[in-house]
Design a protein around this ligand. Structure first.
Ligand code: PLP
Length: 470
């Protein structure tokens, strides 16, 4: 595997720009725009107004962008499937960002919803999603979660282990229904950013080895309360190009074809993982190209084996919400640091950090940043944006050129934070989680309330019991 741009130290890959005011189109929501007053608008709302009304840190989600991405993904897969005489379902992977509003946006745009826990299922249901359009996966669903999913009538449950076969069958039998199930398999293909790796063996917690699929599906088919619907696979996240999906499709269709001798196999779910641009170094594959490549690969493999093309399903999360999100912070301190003899940079501390965006600390994820409350003619300076947590690894943006006069009170925005930031947020250091504000056509509204310190104290049983004895 070769090093991808994301693995090159960010300070080495960055070239010093003439100004640090530009918003790189691929990384920001389409609506983001710096106007003549130097203030950036997102969804038509000035960031200064957002700060005034909702405070910082603040997750800002561009509704128009989420809807457009959902629509475009759906259209791309519909078109690619129609070209080969089949259909495709796009599930929104709720783990990327889940709230009732977002579920309503994507379902109104024609997407189904993929959930992985009882909590995510509850949000999808609270949003009014038709349960038939919900898929439920996960490697350790509790019996209570399975019962609830069966009871409400979710469209499919993805079986992930031997133990789950009986659990789902019993839950369905107890209600006198036949539950559609899919089987999570590992194709041995692992895709990560610009590269993929194909292996014969798996050492991970999800699903079944492909080699066991025929035997396991045979057992599922013997159970009258289960209906086998098809294979389900997910090869990784932040994937660029179609090569990994192509390899995975070849392996999956081979087994899909074998399963046809035992009964119908109406669906093949190839998972999510479509990459987005976090920085200008990322060049994601357009969704139409991915859809054509994925559907075309499955169609080609089916044609080679003389079998009918099944209905297809995919379940992207990041590519739907990631580029629609921007996190807004206020700068608190700016500290010049001589990192090495050659390297001097500004440490720009903001009022959030790893509690609202765990990805840099978890995965070494790269982001970019801009001062958004004003434009500046100051010479760009190499900066590292850090949070306020008691952790030296509390880095928000490892390296970025910011205006050399960046100062306390400036608003700083980090784009491409719509996916896996809110959903991975914590209360580390007793920092309340920020609200989520949706912006569209010049207006802004809270779609997830922020926490207060009182909310956090309310969980402390010591405080409650003291109050209780008064
Ligand atoms: N489906 C499954 C089974 C997953 O595990 C994931 C993410 O890990 C997704 C879909 C969504 O991936 P992404 O948000 O990268 O599209």
């Amino acid at each position: 595997m070769s090093a991808s741009p994301a693995h090159v130290p960010a300070s080495d890959r960055l070239a010093k720009p003439d100004t640090a005011n530009d918003l790189v189109a691929a990384v920001w929501p389409a609506s983001a725009d710096r106007e003549d007053d130097g203030i950036v608008r997102i969804g038509g709302v000035p960031v200064t107004e957002l700060k005034e009304r909702f405070g910082t840190p603040l997750y800002v989600l561009d509704e128009t962008e989420v809807r457009a991405r959902a629509r475009r993904t759906r259209a791309a897969f519909d078109a690619a499937a129609a070209e080969h005489g089949t259909t495709a379902e796009v599930y929104y992977a709720g783990k990327a960002f889940l709230s009732t509003e977002v579920v309503r946006w994507v379902t109104q745009e024609g997407l189904a919803v993929d959930v992985s826990t009882g909590g995510e299922l509850a949000v999808a249901l609270a949003a009014g999603t038709d349960p038939v359009r919900i898929g439920f996966h996960g490697n350790n669903k509790s019996t209570a979660e399975i019962s609830r999913a069966v009871e409400v009538g979710v469209g499919s449950i993805v079986i992930d282990s031997d133990a789950e076969i009986a659990r789902v069958a019993e839950a369905a039998a107890a209600r006198g229904i036949v539950q559609s199930v899919r089987l999570r398999v590992n194709s041995g293909v692992h895709a990560e950013t610009h590269d993929f790796l194909a292996t014969a063996h798996e050492d991970q917690k999800f699903g079944f080895p492909l080699a066991r699929a025929v035997e396991v599906v045979g057992r599922i088919r013997e159970l009258p309360s289960l209906r086998f619907d098809g294979l389900h696979c997910h090869i990784g996240s932040q994937i660029f190009g179609v090569a990994g999906f192509r390899e995975s499709a070849a392996r999956l269709v081979e087994v899909h074809a074998q399963l046809l001798s035992g009964g119908p196999v109406p669906v093949l779910n190839l998972g999510g993982g479509f990459g987005i641009a976090y920085t200008s170094a990322d060049d994601p594959t357009p969704i139409e190209e991915l859809a054509d490549g994925i559907v075309g690969a499955v169609a080609g493999e089916c044609a080679e084996r003389g079998i009918a093309l099944p209905s297809l399903a995919v379940e992207p999360g990041r590519s739907i919400v990631g580029p629609a999100g921007v996190t807004l912070y206020e700068v608190g301190t700016v500290k010049p640091v001589q990192a090495t003899d050659e390297l001097r940079r500004l440490y720009v501390s903001v009022d959030g950090g790893m509690s609202d965006n765990a990805r840099p600390a978890l995965y070494g994820a790269q982001y970019s940043a801009r001062v958004v409350s004003r434009a500046s003619d100051a010479e760009p300076a190499l900066a590292r944006v850090v949070g306020k947590h008691c952790e030296s690894g509390d880095i928000v943006v490892e390296a970025e050129y910011l205006p050399g006069d960046v100062a306390p009170g400036d608003l700083l925005a980090v784009p491409a934070t719509g996916a896996y930031c809110f959903s991975l947020a914590s209360n580390y250091n007793y920092i309340p989680r920020p609200p989520v504000v949706a912006v569209a056509e010049g207006s802004a509204r809270v779609i997830v309330r922020g926490e207060s310190i009182d909310d956090l104290l309310a969980r402390d049983a010591g405080i409650s019991s003291t109050e209780g004895t008064e």
